[in-house]
Design a protein around this ligand. Structure first.
Ligand code: PLP
Length: 379
């Protein structure tokens, strides 16, 4: 089955009760049993729910995995992955990553005795310097949020396999429309389904997909034991979102390219970060591991002018100033004070998250209107 068919049919069956084409929203916490243990595969909705199951099967299908898991948020999904580890274990993570992931690693899990090494992974050979007997997991975000760095998943997978480590890839920015990490050697794919998978800025949700049955069993155990699951209504909404993922992504990519090129030629803009540019440091890897370059773009104003950056985000109209990304509508963000405020300024600036950096999530509106909007705001 090809990707554009998987988004609609992957892992889906018509509802056995009445043949409903979309899975009903099974808004129930529990299920009748005829005798203790005598049930139809569903006992309690933290453990299993038919609407969530339909969504989890869709996640598995679109990521070319075997097992999907849905959580109450992207961070809850990441939390479940780190709970595979124990005190004394070590993680090597990309240094340029979503601020909330950094906060979870450093403010929660370091307190439980897990050690994190945050490193630039643009050159995968560097990772081996940090591997020791305690290393258990490599955490990769690509493209990274918000600097749009590209990490070579295949090259990192060679390191993880050589040292018998788990490799998890946060595929939120690319989505499986552009990049399928399990095919490139990753063990776990993670999503903030809040973003492109949901696609309409109306749900907060997380996803994991794996191929290996033993790993899936451990993660299902954590999902049930820790209990950070999503509800049936949200499951329905994200399943509906996935059905148009391919056509939304196609337009996000087209609009993203036009906006990136417009900004690059603008005299008041210093630098534009978008992996589709030939002078992007890892453009060749992006070309190899992604099918196109997506609709996420970051840029800095000439002279690193903080006041100018703030004026731009305030004056935009179609780009709403807001956290989040990946919805049909365009959003603009100021990472240093919003999504990445939880990373200390010193750390943030090492990776390029300066105070004049603006991040755009380019939506699927008419691109002429988006460019007109940027034109009036930048001046
Ligand atoms: C790349 C990335 N990963 C993870 C997350 C966390 O997901 P959530 O907000 O759904 O918990 C986000 C949220 O912005 C993100 O951008």
């Amino acid at each position: 089955m090809k990707f554009n068919t998987k988004t609609i049919h992957g892992g889906q069956q018509h509802d056995p009760a009445y043949g409903a084409v979309m899975p009903p929203i099974y808004q129930t916490s529990t299920y009748a049993q005829t005798t203790p243990g005598g049930h139809k595969g569903f006992e309690y909705s933290r453990t299993h729910n038919p609407t969530r199951k339909a969504l989890e099967d869709s996640f598995a299908s679109i990521e070319n995995g075997k097992f999907g898991l849905a959580f109450g948020s992207g961070l809850a999904a990441i939390d479940a992955v780190v709970k595979l580890l124990k005190s004394g274990d070590e993680v090597i993570s990309t240094n340029d990553l979503y601020g909330g992931t950094y906060r979870l690693f450093t403010k929660i899990f370091e307190g439980f005795g897990i050690k994190f090494h945050f490193i630039g992974m643009q050159n995968a050979d560097k990772i081996e310097q940090y591997v020791n007997d305690n290393t258990k997991l490599i955490w990769v975000e690509t493209p990274t949020n918000p600097m749009m760095n590209i990490i070579d998943i295949k090259a990192v997978a060679r390191v993880s396999k050589k040292h018998n480590l788990l490799l998890a890839v946060d595929n939120t920015f690319a989505t499986p429309y552009l990049q399928r990490p399990l095919d490139l050697g990753a063990d776990i794919v993670m999503h903030s389904a809040t973003k492109y998978l949901g696609g309409h800025s109306d749900v907060v949700m997380g996803a994991l997909v794996v191929k290996d049955k033993k790993l899936a069993e451990k993660l299902y155990f954590i999902q049930n034991a820790s209990g950070a699951v999503c509800g049936p209504q949200d499951s329905f909404l994200v399943l509906r979102g996935i059905k148009t993922l391919h056509i939304r992504m196609q337009r996000h990519c087209e609009n993203g390219e036009a906006v990136a090129k417009y900004l690059k030629n603008h005299p008041k803009i210093e630098k534009v970060y978008w992996p589709g540019f030939e002078d992007h440091p890892n453009h060749n890897i992006a070309k190899e591991q992604m099918d196109s370059f997506g609709g996420m773009i970051s840029f800095v104003t000439k002279g690193n002018d903080y006041d100018k950056a703030i004026q731009i985000v305030e004056d935009l109209n179609f780009f709403t100033l807001a956290e989040s990304l990946g919805g049909v509508e365009s959003l603009a963000g100021h990472p240093a004070s919003m999504t990445h405020a939880s990373i200390p300024k010193e750390e943030r600036e090492k990776t390029g998250v300066v105070d004049s950096l603006i991040r755009l999530s380019v939506g699927i509106e008419d691109v002429d209107d988006l460019i007109e909007d940027l034109k009036q705001a930048i001046g």
